[in-house]
Design a protein around this ligand. Structure first.
Ligand code: BGC
Length: 327
């Protein structure tokens, strides 16, 4: 083969090889594009249902458990649950989030119904065809389809009965409550008062609100203990009140002599219980509230009937029970 033919042959081989490579890469890139398109096309990526779960405070250990419960069951269904809430407890902002969920036409709303102001907005969601389940705090007079959470009146009664039993029907009580305006805290106080009504040696001498923060709980408990040195029992109705009550009593040096009864088995409360600084906790099931409410909402999506009230358990938790808690 002469030199010229050899050069032609080399060129032709290079030409054929580069056409082959180009064709190969063209086919590969088409396949890749198809794959990306499939993965990002709205029909493929959006779950069948979108729910909004709106609680009292986003960055709060109690509500994080509610959100976790919802997220964990979300994986079992074709649903996406947006866990929302104000950064700090703020009923107006919570109502705005509810309004936004209605305007966004979500498929279902799970909401803590803090007070009477939530009723018309819940009803509006229902009128717009969006099913509503209340969680943690109920609005029984609204059109909501179901409630998932503690029976707050009974939980308050359980707290009162426990105090009466532990203190032999003899106590001077100060109450720190999350809010005077919120339905569940009102019920926890009313139930408590009913339980102590027959125990004539038990009287409530002060009640203050903490706005569900430990700092305000501490400040209010501190002032209460200063004004009423005869207080020998404190009852806190929201999750961080117990911590504030302990801090107040400790800074006044009276923590040993005060019986502390508080709500919720959050890790910090359990620690105080183990240290003997809190005597009793009333345990709720926030994780189950989150998971159960999503499961029930999915039943509604599938056209199934559900009960209108699902009460999660409450329990009396003492230091000796602290090791055996689930969520
Ligand atoms: C209540 C919640 C509240 C939380 C605040 C819990 O006991 O059930 O509604 O948001 O306390 O600390």
């Amino acid at each position: 083969m002469n030199r010229r033919k050899l050069i032609y042959l080399i060129f032709i081989t290079i030409f054929i090889a580069s056409c082959g490579f180009s064709l190969y890469f063209f086919i590969q890139s088409q396949r890749m594009e198809d794959k990306i398109e499939k993965e990002t096309s709205p029909e493929q990526s959006l779950p069948a249902y979108q729910f909004a779960l709106i609680g009292e405070e986003l960055d709060h250990d109690y509500w994080r458990l509610v959100g976790q419960g919802a997220k964990d069951v979300e994986q079992n269904y074709d649903v996406s649950v947006a866990y929302e809430g104000p950064r700090r407890s703020n009923p107006d902002e919570q109502l705005k989030l509810l309004d936004i969920a209605i305007k966004s036409k979500v498929d279902g709303i799970i909401v803590q119904a803090l007070n009477e102001d939530f009723l018309p907005v819940i009803n509006q969601a229902m009128e717009n065809g969006i099913p509503v389940i209340t969680i943690d705090t109920d609005a029984p007079n609204s059109d909501r389809l179901a409630y998932v959470g503690t029976d707050n009146y009974e939980a308050g009664k359980l707290a009162g009965e426990t105090l009466v039993k532990d203190l032999d029907s003899n106590a001077t009580v100060g109450i720190v409550t999350g809010s005077f305006d919120n339905a569940h805290h009102q019920l926890r106080v009313e139930g408590f008062k009913e339980a102590i009504a027959q125990a004539l040696g038990v009287k409530v001498v002060a009640i203050e609100e903490s706005n569900i923060t430990r700092v305000v709980a501490e400040e209010k408990a501190y002032n209460m203990l200063k004004e009423h040195p005869d207080i020998d029992a404190l009852y806190g109705t929201s999750a961080l009140d117990g911590i504030g009550m302990v801090e107040a009593a400790t800074s006044l040096g009276v923590e040993e002599s005060i019986y502390m009864l508080a709500f919720d088995t959050l890790p910090e409360n359990i620690e105080l219980l183990k240290q003997g600084k809190i005597d009793v906790l009333i345990g709720q099931k926030p994780y189950e509230m989150g998971s159960r409410s999503v499961e029930l909402m999915m039943k509604l999506m599938e056209g199934e009937a559900i009960d209108d009230v699902y009460h999660t358990d409450t329990s009396v938790v003492r230091p000796e029970d602290a090791g055996e808690l689930d969520d």
